[in-house]
Design a protein. Structure first.
Length: 165
């Protein structure tokens, strides 16, 4: 039996986690002027839900959940930094729902539209470019999907003892 990645359960959980992470990032971004990535926390939450609550081991579904959550957070990051800047420079006077929504959708589609042709050049063919967040998410998902006896070894990560608190 081939494991399935795209399930309605994974999409539903991804949307719920994405909404929560996006709302938290919007608040943090507007309050503090910075955001945090939703990928790694979403991967941990997805693993917790699938392994802990639903008692199923599905790295593919967990990956879909973290991808959905990360996409929502990325679009929110673009909105919370762009639209207030338009207000500050005087290009906008108010926030209306439909124009703001259409701008967010257009920005998301534009990002996907540029990433599809660049994927092969930047991710598949270019081995020198490593994406630390993607590698970290993959490591989190792999360690959560393996047995405790076959967990990922972190011997290559050495921290000076003075940095440990």
């Amino acid at each position: 039996m081939v494991p399935r990645e795209f399930t309605f359960l994974a999409v539903g959980i991804g949307l719920m986690v994405g909404v929560v992470m996006t709302a938290a990032n919007v608040y943090l971004g507007l309050y503090a002027g910075m955001t945090v990535s939703a990928s790694i926390p979403a991967a941990v939450i997805a693993m917790g839900i699938f392994r802990g609550v639903l008692k199923r081991q599905s790295i593919l579904e967990s990956n879909l959940v973290q991808t959905i959550a990360s996409a929502g957070e990325s679009i929110a990051g673009g909105i919370i930094f762009t639209l207030p800047a338009l207000v500050l420079v005087g290009a906008w006077q108010d926030f209306r729902f439909w124009p703001t929504t259409l701008i967010a959708i257009a920005g998301g589609l534009l990002g996907v539209g540029f990433m599809v042709p660049l994927r092969r050049a930047l991710i598949i063919e270019e081995k020198a470019l490593t994406y630390p967040e993607g590698v970290a998410c993959a490591t989190v998902l792999e360690s959560g999907s393996s047995d405790s006896s076959a967990a990922v070894s972190y011997t290559h990560l050495t921290l000076p003892t003075s940095d440990l608190v």
